[in-house]
Ligand binder design. Structure first.
Ligand code: ADE
Length: 240
C-alpha cells in the first residue's frame, strides 16, 4: 500500500504546494504516497482560534501552546499501525540520505511543524520520538523542512522513479557524490562530451563514472570520503 505521511501544520497549503509537481506529485497520483495535513487552528477552542501564547519567562516572539497542537497531533497519530513522530527543528539530528532511506522503510510518519519561536517543550517530550534538522540554518517554520523530507522519502517509494536504477545511482546512495552527466549535442560551443561516454565500452564507462564520482568527492567533500567504506576497485582508482 501507499506510504502515509501526516503533517501537523498551521500552513497546510505550503506543504501541499511543495509536493504537487514532478516525481513526488506523480507518486501521490499513482497512490504510492499519501500526504495528509492537520491544522492546529482547527483544534483551537476559543473564538479567536488561538494557537500561540507568550513565552514563560518573557522574551521576544510567541510559543505554540500545547492544547490545539496536542489535539491535532493525536488525530494525526490516530489510525492503524505504529507511527514515528518527528519534529522538524534546527536543534534536531542532521538529515542524511541514510536517514531518509530508514524513514522510507516505515513505520508511518507524523511530522510536526513549528512556527514562531517554537513549540512548548512539554509537548515535544510527551509526543515526539525524534527531532530532525535539514541543515544548520534557520527557516521561518518547519514546513519547508517537512516538504524536503517528504520529497526525499517519496521519490524512494517503489514505482516512483521511472528507472529503478536512478535511485541506486544517486549521490550519497553509495556514500559518494554523483558523477557528471551529458547529453547531445556531443560537440558544441560549450565543449565536447567526454569520448569514453561515446565509446560503447560499458565497463570503461562504469570505471570513468566511478573515478569522476571519487574525484569530485575527494575535491569537494573529503569528509564523505573519510566515512565511506570503499570497494577494492575504488581504492585502486584513487591510488592511480
Ligand atoms: N525549522 C526551522 N529551521 C529548520 C531546519 N534547519 N531544519 C528543520 N526544521 C527547521
Amino acid at each position: 500500500g501507499a506510504m502515509r505521511i501526516d503533517v501537523v501544520t498551521l500552513f497546510p497549503e505550503l506543504i501541499e504546494n511543495c509536493l504537487r509537481s514532478g516525481v513526488v506529485g506523480r507518486a501521490q497520483e499513482r497512490g504510492l504516497l499519501a500526504v495528509r495535513t492537520w491544522n492546529p487552528r482547527d483544534f483551537a477552542t476559543d473564538s479567536h482560534r488561538t494557537v500561540d501564547d507568550r513565552p514563560c519567562g518573557g522574551g521576544p516572539g510567541m510559543v505554540m501552546m500545547i492544547g490545539p497542537l496536542q489535539a491535532a497531533l493525536e488525530r494525526a497519530q490516530d489510525g492503524d499501525g505504529p507511527v514515528r513522530t518527528v519534529y522538524l527543528s534546527p536543534q534536531g539530528v542532521r538529515l542524511t540520505q541514510a536517514k531518509v532511506a530508514q524513514f522510507a522503510r516505515g513505520p508511518r510518519l507524523v511530522l510536526l511543524c513549528g512556527r514562531y519561536e517554537g513549540v512548548d517543550e512539554r509537548l515535544l517530550a510527551h509526543a515526539v520520538d525524534e527531532e530532525v534538522s535539514i541543515g544548520d540554518y534557520v527557516l521561518s517554520g518547519g514546513e519547508l523542512a517537512a516538504a524536503v523530507l517528504i520529497d526525499a522519502i517519496g521519490r524512494l517509494q517503489d514505482g516512483a522513479l521511472n528507472d529503478a536504477q536512478s535511485a541506486e545511482q544517486d549521490s550519497f546512495s553509495d556514500g559518494l557524490l554523483d558523477c557528471p552527466h551529458y547529453t547531445r549535442p556531443v560537440r558544441g560551443a560549450l565543449g565536447d562530451v567526454p569520448p569514453v561516454l561515446l565509446s560503447g565500452d560499458h565497463a570503461a564507462i562504469r570505471r570513468w563514472r566511478r573515478k569522476q564520482a571519487l574525484g569530485r568527492t575527494w575535491l569537494r567533500r573529503p569528509d564523505l570520503l573519510a566515512r565511506t567504506e570503499l570497494d577494492a576497485e575504488s581504492r585502486r582508482l584513487l591510488d592511480e
